[in-house]
Design a protein around this ligand. Sequence first.
Ligand code: MN
Length: 299
Amino acid sequence: MVASPELTRAREAEVGGLTVRRLLPLRHRRTVGAWCFVDHYGPMSVDGVTGMQVPAHPHIGLQTVTWLLDGDVLHRDSLGTEQMIRPGQLNLMTAGHGIAHSEESPDGHDPGLHGVQLWLALPDAAREMAPAFEHHADLPALGLDGFDITVFVGSLAGNASPATVHSAIVGAEIGARRHAETRIPLRPGHEHVIFVALGAATADGATLAPGTLLYLGTGHESVTLAAAEGSRIFLLGGEPLGEPVLMWWNFVGRTADDIAAAAADWDHGIRFGKVTGSAGEPIPAPPLDPARLARRLAR
Ligand code: MN
């Protein structure tokens, strides 16, 4: 018995001077596979303005997956990485025990900006690993009945991304070359979400527009996708994580102590290293409310 599909709406949030659509986490659904955070921003004009300005901030226990549909963003991190990202390329930063990074529209940046910022929770066995960074410009692409699909992490229909991940997942961008319809094979042991970044689509009959998230639980062999010409769609999924995660600010942990220790280390300038070259001042951790954190753990 397959449960009926679940549609939810994004809430708006402010990140680095931009308004974003936050699609995940949901109050009742903290993770989908290992995916624990989905922000979609744009398309927007950043012509003649500063654009994205996210100065140095820390992460633990997750991987950040940065993917652009339009524009350019400069990543710097405390490993010394400085990497421009452009559409069709992947920036994958593994925080592990701790890393700091900044993400900023570069000087002389493109006039448009459109992208997603995604987080993968690291499973318990990997979450204390050493931090790492990868950039991939060469990713598997497949054509399917008028759709162009790029698999940026994990695997889909036998096409595997070279990016290093720590659980069985898929992350793919699906573009409609024309009005297109197809069946996309899914792994029935995985749960998935689908959302539209641009245009309009239906997935298993559910109508999707930017700001809407469709959740498909385990048990689906495929999803039937139809989309208008020029639509851009994301498919994210994975094996249910099976571990309750505790997310606070930029940290993914398991206990309130994990979170409090990371926040204290950031305040004291230890563990995360320094990001050099970022335009802004490092972002301080917000005040930590232990009672609120405990309530989140209980949910
Ligand atoms: Mn970040």
